[in-house]
Design a protein around this ligand. Structure first.
Ligand code: PLP
Length: 388
């Protein structure tokens, strides 16, 4: 019999988003009279802004006309999109050959592992976005866990690791890394010839005086690959468009190698998505997108105040749409998830999904609509004011 990749059997276990979704689905099915709302989900609720939609309509029309029809595009993306990203996000400090357009950071952060030897030692934080572990498993790679500080940020290891995943602003803790923290990782990577995979999909939410890109750190161009996405910034979770930078300084010739790999493995992000992504940089779109981010940030403030009012310790929610909330009773995070689901009909994400050390925490998200946020706060008020 053909041997199956045994690591796949560990996916979607008891503590996974998949299982949580099934529990919620069953609960709804068996309790049709209850209106379940989610204060945990990582999807956006604001629609794509109008000017971007118009550009995408135009792109659909292009496909209907012999003169403007587009078939397969470049595997690495159209130059019109690459150029505007480089100008607006990176001050033209990288060239067109250093940026790759793709169809989502979730796949990008795993696919990139194909660049490295299968025995490379991969370091992740104990509490992290699950795809770093699960994606590595899908590709038969072994992960190691870094020790963490009080903010659940990884501490610099004594041993040598080849690949280091850093997520900043962080999902789930909602914290952005400081300049000093990133500098120590860049120094570590330079000393150990490691590569940092920097997942930066929430950069648009950063408001504190912390780095918006790892390339703000001196020396990072030779050790870091940065990933970003239009998903949370421009409500593209359903459209799919992302990008990443592989600086030429990383290793001699690595970019050429990755281009060859990409040409062989990927036929490019779709034209309509790339036209839409391009349009997000137009003046009116930027203004409307900033309004959306502001809306989520106001949601976050409302949630932070509500959780604090009911004696929860909260971090995050400032440089990111996520709030990381410490459970204020003796339940573990899965028990607390079920308790919130059954008593308040609110879905939160139990910390255990993100790592073993997170079992006294849960993730809440400000990405829901204002109505849902207000309804959630009202339910908390009704519950806690009756039960405290
Ligand atoms: N990276 C992080 C840290 C995320 O939280 C998410 C989505 O929740 C993604 C990547 C996925 O991004 P995309 O929609 O571009 O695949």
């Amino acid at each position: 019999m053909v041997k199956i990749n045994k690591d796949l059997f560990s996916l979607n276990n008891e503590y996974s988003f998949y299982n949580i979704a099934n529990i919620v689905k069953d609960y709804k099915k068996n309790n049709k009279d209850k209106k379940v709302i989610s204060l945990g989900v990582g999807d956006v609720s604001r629609p794509i802004v109008k000017s971007v939609i118009e550009e995408m309509h135009g792109a659909v029309d292009d496909l209907s006309n012999m003169d403007t029809f587009k078939g397969y595009g470049a595997s690495n993306g159209y130059d019109f999109l690459k150029s505007i990203i480089l100008e607006k996000e990176y001050d033209n400090k990288f060239g067109l050959d250093e940026i790759y357009i793709s169809n989502g950071t979730k796949s990008d952060v795993t696919n990139i592992l194909e660049l490295f030897d299968i025995d490379s030692k991969i370091l992740i934080t104990d509490i992290s976005y699950p795809i770093y572990k699960d994606g590595s498993s899908c590709l038969n790679r072994k992960v190691y866990y870094a020790d963490t500080d009080d903010n659940f940020k990884p501490t610099i290891p004594k041993e040598k690791y080849d690949i280091i995943y850093i997520c900043s602003p962080n999902n789930p803790t909602g914290l952005n890394y400081t300049h000093e923290e990133l500098k120590s990782w860049v120094d570590y990577a330079k000393k150990n010839n490691s590569i940092i995979l920097y997942d930066n999909v929430y950069t648009a939410f950063i408001e504190t005086d912390t780095p918006k890109s790892i390339y703000e750190i001196e020396g990072s161009r030779s050790v870091a690959i940065e990933f970003r996405s239009f998903s949370k910034t421009a409500s593209f979770t359903g459209v799919r468009c992302s990008y990443y930078i592989i600086p030429n300084e990383i290793y001699d010739g690595v970019n050429d190698l990755w281009k060859k790999r990409t040409i062989n493995r990927f036929n490019g992000a779709d034209y309509i998505a790339q036209k839409g992504a391009y349009a997000t940089y137009k003046e009116k779109a930027q203004k409307d997108i900033k309004e959306n981010i502001k809306y989520y940030k106001e949601n976050a403030k409302l949630l932070i105040n509500a959780f604090k009012k009911y004696n929860f310790e909260v971090t995050g929610g400032i440089d990111s749409p996520y709030l990381w909330v410490k459970i204020n009773n003796d339940m573990n995070s899965f028990e607390f998830f079920k308790f919130y689901l059954e008593k308040l009909n609110i879905v939160i994400v139990p910390g255990i999904i993100f790592g073993k050390k997170a079992d006294k925490y849960f993730r809440a998200s400000a990405l829901a609509s204002r109505e849902v946020i207000e309804e959630g706060i009202e339910r908390m008020k009704n519950y806690y004011e009756k039960n405290i």
